[in-house]
Design a protein around this ligand. Structure first.
Ligand SMILES: *[C@@H]1O[C@H](CO)[C@@H](O)[C@H](O)[C@H]1NC(C)=O
Ligand SMILES: *[C@@H]1O[C@H](CO)[C@@H](O)[C@H](O)[C@H]1NC(C)=O
Length: 433
């Protein structure tokens, strides 16, 4: 190794942080004008490898500051402090349709950041980096507790913030893919909200009777939160993404049991048979199956299944009856659900009913369906298991464009946390918070 190589200094601060925290990447002690590549690599729990990289030129002091300097090429360009995270993509030759999802939140995402000589675009594994550090990215902050929940027939996990509590609570629902997905609830608990991740689709296909869950299941989940000693029973909200928004809106408007402080709907729709069970709502989406389109890459585009937005009120949740604040987050390039069109209709309905002061819509041009926590690597399409039987894999187009979508994720998450804090933590005269 020559002198220049042995003295390269690479630091990433903080080297251990939350998934939604920014880090600073600094390369020092290279020659002025030195060309280098900053490379991020990550091996998922499921064994797939992801990478991102960017080309920089050191300034007159022999320094590259990723938070301030322009990337001249790579998986992102320009000044992008967190580009090394959100532009992560499967390494060349990976199987198509991967989407990064951390399934074990008890371990961090371990990302290796390294520096290579020159402006490389491939062959990283065959080169020796000039410097490398490993950073840990966590969904669970220190002190957050993970509590598996099976009582009342629930398939759920409760994440409790650190500290003595009690805390405001949140029911967290993902979409039609089913499974118990914990990472968003873990991150919300890291921000002070006791969050219950609930699986409401997988149980029915594993149980012998093959039945889908009914409203009682969601009410049992609500009661579990309400009665939990670490949860403040008068400060509970619900958050849903995609199909989860259908449930969230339905419970907020029609359930006698749910007494919610607020509702967050990400990439969803209010269009569904209002008296319908989970199964009937699912089926109603499939009624228009002839409207399914495929693009030239054989990716399925589902948004038209729910278009046009019906005028028949019995096919839409009566959002005019909502009595708590509603935040809708939508991507205007959502190819999976007509979430944007739905938000427009919800707004009109609430205006007519005179409760639109309760509505906030965050609408993002060129953002797709999967609006995830900040810096989550972007997936425009991914392989998806249609819940059966029979189980079937398809490639689903979610939509969005990398940079705009990544900015939307950052903005939406920040505003969602503000919305949740305002509605779940805001002091009232009878409160000790
Ligand atoms: C080079 O970049 C570093 C880090 O951003 C900065 O502190 C330093 O002043 C810069 N040097 C020059 C000569 O611009
Ligand atoms: C790198 O840039 C960030 C963001 O502008 C700044 O806060 C930090 O101080 C910079 N680091 C150095 C060593 O200049």
């Amino acid at each position: 190794m020559d002198r220049k190589q042995c003295c390269v200094k690479l630091s990433v601060q903080p080297s251990r942080g939350l998934m939604d925290e920014k880090f600073l990447v600094l390369v020092q002690s290279v020659l002025p004008g030195f060309q280098l590549t900053v490379y991020a690599s990550y091996r998922c729990d499921d064994g797939h490898s992801w990478e991102a990289f960017a080309h920089y030129t050191a300034n007159a002091s022999g320094t590259v500051n990723v938070s301030e300097d322009h990337s001249l090429g790579g998986t992102y360009c320009g000044v992008e402090p967190m580009g090394l995270m959100w532009s992560l993509r499967p390494v060349p030759g990976s199987k198509p349709g991967l989407r990064m999802r951390k399934m074990n939140v008890l371990t961090p995402m371990e990302v290796t950041i390294s520096v290579y000589r020159g402006h490389l675009t491939e062959g990283f594994v065959d080169q020796v980096p000039l410097a490398a550090v490993v950073v840990e990215r966590w969904y669970m902050a220190p002190g957050v507790r993970r509590v598996p929940v099976t009582e009342g027939g629930l398939t759920a996990t409760l994440f409790l913030p650190s500290g003595p509590g009690p805390f405001p609570g949140l029911l967290d629902l993902w979409g039609g893919g089913g499974k118990l997905v914990e990472y968003r609830a873990a991150l919300l608990a890291s921000h002070g909200i006791a969050s219950l991740a609930l699986d409401y689709l997988t149980p029915q296909i594993t149980k012998e009777n093959g039945k889908m869950v009914d409203n009682n299941y969601f009410e049992a989940a609500y009661r579990f939160l309400e009665q939990h000693p670490q949860v403040i029973d008068s400060r509970i909200g619900i958050l849903g993404l995609s199909f989860g928004t259908s449930i969230a809106l339905k419970m907020a408007v029609y359930s006698q049991v749910f007494k919610l402080r607020c509702v967050v709907c990400i990439s969803g729709s209010h269009v569904q048979p209002i008296e319908g069970s989970v199964e009937q709502i699912m089926t109603s989406f499939h009624n228009n199956v002839d409207k399914t389109r495929f693009n030239e890459e054989q990716q399925v585009i589902w948004r038209d299944l729910l278009l046009p937005i019906p005028t028949d009120p019995s096919l839409k949740v009566e959002v005019g009856r909502l009595r708590c604040p509603l935040l809708m987050v939508v991507g205007e390039d959502d190819q999976n659900w007509p979430a944007h069109e739905s938000a427009v209709d919800v707004k009109e309905m609430m205006q007519r009913a005179g409760n639109d002061h309760l509505l906030t819509v965050l609408s993002y041009p060129s953002a797709g369906h999967l609006i995830e926590p900040p810096f989550t690597p972007f997936a425009r399409a991914s392989s998806y298991k249609i819940l059966g039987p029979p189980l079937q894999m398809v490639m689903v187009l979610w939509g969005g464009e990398t940079v705009a979508h990544s900015r939307a994720q950052e903005d939406a998450w920040r505003k969602t946390l503000v919305f949740l804090r305002e509605n779940l933590y805001r002091a009232t005269s009878s409160s000790h918070l």
